[in-house]
Design a protein around this ligand. Structure first.
Ligand SMILES: [Zn+2]
Length: 330
């Protein structure tokens, strides 16, 4: 499958309005879009049979807000990525000069160990996280096989839907596990034998902070925490799940244990939030996290209870994507 056949199949199966299809070739986004497309297509190809999700289409849409969507329609699975998501991730991480300069100035001792700039790594982590999240939705849809679409962008007018909030949380969990193993690979590759507690932790903190920013960007009003409203859990609740899953995975890693590195869950999580605040204070990111955290700290018990309930919530019509993913790794 190449992008031409992708477009052809999308039209044939009526997966998308023809006018919404974005053909990245010959545009300023060609390089970034092509690279990401190849990564996603390869992963889809490798997994079509394992998860019974053939055919699956990957298509870009020509909208400039940061959004993505998973769909099941006409016996066809599809992942739709707005070109705006690629552009925003490039602007926020890959081509964010002030971020690079800030890291260079404050953390040059650690930064100099990387082969690639860590902001490029952050771009990969954010875009790949979105892919794995959408991929998880395809696994979920496979059981029910009824027309459904799930969008990532927060819609203020959407009504509470517990099933959808569970599906979102379940997709975030799969994406976190997948990304945690990528982060471990990056650390292994970047530092080799020079790996230390400090540089491993710092890599995790930067990448988790960028992921936190990426999730926060799906919402316009971060400080106002809600529970039983809307189709998506509040982004701050999502990033709680995501960061804790990633850090928990790395905490259990045999590779780190062999190297004598101890990723302490609570400590590293707190450092991620502190570092994020530091980035906001220095105008690298602008998502009002400080205000959100002040609100969240008053509601810690509610957040943990609510998310625990959502994770456990038994949705029988759809596959549990995490369960299916773990089966494939046994
Ligand atoms: Zn989703």
């Amino acid at each position: 499958m190449n992008y031409d056949t992708e477009i052809k199949l999308a039209k044939e199966k009526d997966a998308i309005n023809s006018a919404d299809i974005f053909d990245f070739r010959g545009t300023p986004f060609e390089y970034l879009c092509d690279d990401f497309y190849r990564f996603c297509r390869q992963h889809l190809n490798d997994n079509l049979k394992n998860y019974n999700i053939d055919p699956s289409i990957f298509i870009y849409t020509g909208y400039f807000d940061s959004n993505a969507m998973a769909q099941y329609k006409n016996d066809t699975f599809s992942i739709h990525i707005n070109v705006g998501l690629i552009k925003n991730c490039a602007d926020n991480y890959l081509q964010n000069k002030s971020f690079d300069e800030y890291l260079e100035k404050q953390y040059s001792d650690i930064i100099k160990n990387f082969d690639n700039p860590i902001t490029a790594l952050a771009f990969q982590v954010a875009t790949q996280f979105t892919y794995y999240h959408e991929f998880a939705h395809l696994i979920q849809f496979e059981k029910k096989r009824q027309t459904i679409t799930l969008q990532e962008r927060f819609v203020k007018t959407s009504t509470y839907d517990k099933v959808k909030q569970h599906l979102e949380t379940n997709a975030d969990t799969l994406a976190s596990i997948a990304i945690a193993s990528h982060i471990q690979q990056y650390i292994k590759k970047s530092f080799g034998d020079k790996i230390t507690q400090e540089n491993a932790e710092f890599t995790i903190i930067i990448l988790c902070s960028c992921l936190l920013n990426h999730i926060a960007n799906f919402c316009d009003d971060l400080p106002e925490i809600y529970y039983k409203e809307h189709k998506h859990p509040h982004p701050f609740l999502r990033l709680f799940t995501v960061n804790l899953n990633i850090i928990n995975y790395l905490n259990q890693s045999d590779f780190f244990k062999e190297k004598g590195i101890d990723i302490k869950i609570n400590q590293v999580f707190k450092k991620v939030l502190d570092f994020y605040e530091e980035l906001e204070q220095n105008k690298i990111f602008d998502t009002e996290i400080t205000e959100t955290m002040a609100n969240a700290s008053k509601q810690q018990r509610e957040i943990v209870e609510y998310m625990g309930d959502l994770i456990q919530f038994d949705v029988t019509d759809y596959n549990n994507a995490v369960e299916q993913w773990n089966k494939n790794f046994q």
